[in-house]
Design a protein around this ligand. Sequence first.
Ligand code: ADP
Length: 302
Amino acid sequence: MTTLLQRFGSARDAFTPSRLTAWPASAVNPASSMRSGAAAGTPKVALEDISLEYRTNGSPLLALDRINLQVRTGEFLCIVGPSGCGKSTLLHLIAGLQQPTSGEVLIDGEPVTAPGTDRILIFQELGLFPWLTVGDNVEFGLKLKNTAKAERKKKAEYYLRLVQLSQFADSYIHELSGGMRQRVALARALATEPDVLLMDEPFAALDAQTRDLLHDELERIWAQTGRTIIFVTHNVREAARLGDRVAVFTFRPGRIKREFLVTEPRPRQIEDPAVSRCAKEILEDLREEINKSLEQEYRISS
Ligand code: ADP
């Protein structure tokens, strides 16, 4: 039987053919060297020795500890980790909504100091406006960018077509299902044409069937638009289904424990046996961290 997971400590070992390759965070990241030309290019997103400390009632809480991570243009990176490991904080730092205590976030080699239209954050609470139609919701971000009316309409139409909601342009949000609302949020984010989509557990509240459909849509749209996606989830199957690479975070403070390169051919399905096997391997690494987070919760509540 083919081995799906290989653990290794050097970039050379990464060339062993396998569908899922793992390496510890301390080892050289082979992802860039496995694709021609990528090694020489500037990464789309680079996190350089990022740490972030919160202060609550005067006590420090180290949420992220010396994170080093590079994401190449067009890559689909998934981040998994137990609740409280700093996944959302990391996305906020990349979005420029927060600044790290130390270290630097770089986009195309340039330091991030504030939010920018080149990055957009999509999360579970969609932030859609109930008083606007679907079309107007999609146009909203473009209005903020001072895009001319005719251009706004054209782009909204294009992106609504991309998420297969053209016929709902004049509907209001309350008339749509949960899955359709997620697609409106995706169309609205895509319409502003950001280079990087930061997705924070966007499908967590949806039923399994709707989520599977949205996985298919997201994969298709990603392939069609060539965007870079950083997708946070606690669902390892979702990560193995969607990601080119999966980074597993430790429980507090959040560090990268291990990275997995998923080379299963696309399009994938969540029920593919190979996806399940990849997910199982990733879960083995994650389980220890989930246990630590549960122990902490029990200590606090008892
Ligand atoms: P995750 O998304 O992985 O669940 P978060 O990034 O939301 O984790 O939070 C990481 C840690 O930082 C958690 O312990 C959380 O309680 C803490 N935290 C998050 N935001 C704040 C804040 N504004 N002030 C203080 N602590 C925070």
